[in-house]
Design a protein around this ligand. Structure first.
Ligand SMILES: Nc1nc2c(ncn2[C@@H]2O[C@H](COP(=O)(O)OP(=O)(O)OP(=O)(O)O)[C@@H](O)[C@H]2O)c(=O)[nH]1
Ligand SMILES: [Mg+2]
Length: 473
């Protein structure tokens, strides 16, 4: 299978990217130096080339470019250690001389020196590949580096590698976790770029991650009841490991980046996915439980249904257009195509006449278990509930823009204030497209059959927001 290059940008992008490598190195049997010490080279190394480059001496090096406008932070957090298979190529660390101060424009229009270093590093990685299939950007949408410089890097790969696929793992901010006033600008400016430049965006929402950690009861081991970034990152990395399983391990239906999401995207712009993982575990904990497919599926459907949205007093239904579920572990039952027949009791409509996409629930199973678990499942859903994330920043963005608040910070970096208006319009039109889907859904299909859609939809109500503050480590 073709190779994938991960580009991790900014503090959040690098922390999560680093966690991802730790988890998958473990799943592929790589020790802390990147040497294979697993149980089955057939199973664990068959597709190792997708994410790792084999260097001299049998060391598997993560195919990653690590970028931060603040090089000290990058080196202090990641560069000084070599654990969990993170034998990064040291020349792939690209750092600048200071952060952006949470300013998208400084990240996007800032130093051309760092940009050309990044481009050169990407090029040398691409030249090492036999058949590069695509890029995977990991970044926060709230930080100036992750959003701005991350967006610039995405522009670059789309222009310079037009035949390759570009996916992003994008972390949406949440005010309880961080409340930099410029975050609303950064999120929407970033989202506007993702609409046109990414083929697929896995949207990890800090609000949903935080709520999941808060509502999951006793953390055990005397750990604090308040989730830290490391707890949220544990969940995101599990999701990333789950969503990339089909790219890294064999199944009857081998997937690549393009095929893996083809069934999820009815229209190219509507490519923002809500991901979920089951069973829930806290960071550092394992779960030796053996779950059946239907137990896991029930939890995963629950994750999708938990995506809630509230617009004023109205309760609106979010529509799940399509979803992919991946199950992992030994002894899972599959059908002849590698898929898993789910019981109708899970409440998913499979009638092609009534779905946004034919065959709108794909299931796959893989025998290699997730790190620390016997059985697990991951869901990726294309649901109109993502409006929730964008809407909560749209209003703030528009009101700050109307008062021209903090605009000078952006225009000082060479940004035209018109770009704010264009980005806002871009996101508003995206929201209108999602809304149109909900309205068609509410008014029924061509046959006027409203009831037929209700089981693919999630009732949305106001989400309970845990007000505890995040302790940042
Ligand atoms: N889930 C998660 N979110 C994070 C983490 N670190 C920061 N964030 C969120 O990301 C946003 C800030 O982004 P950073 O990655 O810190 O910023 P940056 O990309 O380095 O950009 P600068 O503003 O230039 O420092 C805020 O919304 C934070 O809540 C992390 O480790 N995990
Ligand atoms: Mg930073």
């Amino acid at each position: 299978m073709g190779e994938i290059l991960q580009i991790q940008v900014g503090r959040c992008g690098n922390r999560i990217g680093d966690n991802f490598w730790k988890i998958i190195s473990n799943e592929h049997g790589l020790d802390e130096e990147g040497k294979f010490s697993g149980y089955s080279s057939d199973e664990q190394l068959e597709h190792i080339n997708v994410y790792y480059d084999e260097s001299q001496g049998g060391i598997y090096v993560p195919r990653a470019v690590l970028v931060d406008s603040d090089s000290a932070l990058l080196l202090n957090t990641i560069g000084r250690r070599r654990c969990g298979g993170n034998a990064y190529r040291k020349q792939n660390f690209v750092g600048g001389h200071g952060g952006t101060g949470s300013n998208w424009a400084r990240g996007y229009y800032g130093s051309s020196e760092i940009l050309s270093l990044i481009e050169d590093t990407i090029q040398s990685e691409a030249e090492r590949c036999d058949r590069l299939q695509g890029f995977q950007l990991v970044h926060s949408m709230g930080g100036g580096t992750g959003s701005g410089l991350g967006g610039r890097v995405l522009d670059h790969v789309r222009v310079s590698y037009p035949n390759q696929v570009a996916h992003t793992y994008s972390i949406a901010p949440w005010m309880t976790v961080s409340d930099e006033p410029t975050e609303s600008y950064n999120v929407l400016l970033s989202a506007a770029r993702l609409v046109g430049d990414a083929h697929a965006t896995y949207l990890a929402d800090n609000r949903a991650l935080f709520d999941t950690c808060c509502s999951s009861g006793n953390r055990g081991g005397g750990a604090s009841a308040i989730p830290a970034y490391a707890d949220l990152n544990h969940l995101v990395s599990q999701i990333m490991s789950g969503t990339t399983t089909g790219l890294r391990f064999s199944s009857k239906l081998n997937a690549d980046m393009r095929k893996g999401t083809a069934n999820l995207v009815p229209y190219p712009r509507l490519h923002f996915f809500v991901p979920g993982f089951a069973p829930f575990t806290f960071r550092g904990q394992t779960d030796t439980g053996m779950y059946t497919i239907s137990e896991l599926a029930t939890q995963l459907f629950g994750v999708v249904r938990q995506q809630r949205r509230c617009t004023g007093a109205d309760t609106i239904e979010a529509v799940v257009m399509a979803a992919v579920m991946t199950f992992r572990g030994r002894g899972l039952e599959t059908d002849s195509s590698g898929g898993i027949p789910l019981q109708p009791a899970t409440g998913w409509i499979s009638d092609p006449e009534r779905c946004w996409l034919p065959d709108n629930l794909k299931t796959f199973s893989y025998s290699v278990p997730s790190h620390g678990l016997q059985n697990s499942g991951t869901v990726v859903a294309n649901t109109t509930a993502v409006r929730d994330v964008f809407e909560r920043y749209c209003q703030r963005f528009a009101s700050m823009l109307a008062k021209r608040k903090l605009l000078h910070k952006y225009t000082e970096e060479g940004m035209d204030s018109d770009e704010f208006r264009v980005s806002l319009e871009q996101i508003e039109s995206l929201l209108a497209e999602y809304l149109a889907i909900e309205q068609i859904n509410c008014s029924g299909d061509d046959n006027g059959d409203k009831q037929s859609f209700t089981s693919t939809s999630c009732m949305v109500t106001s989400s309970t927001v845990d007000e505890c503050k995040l302790s940042v480590n």
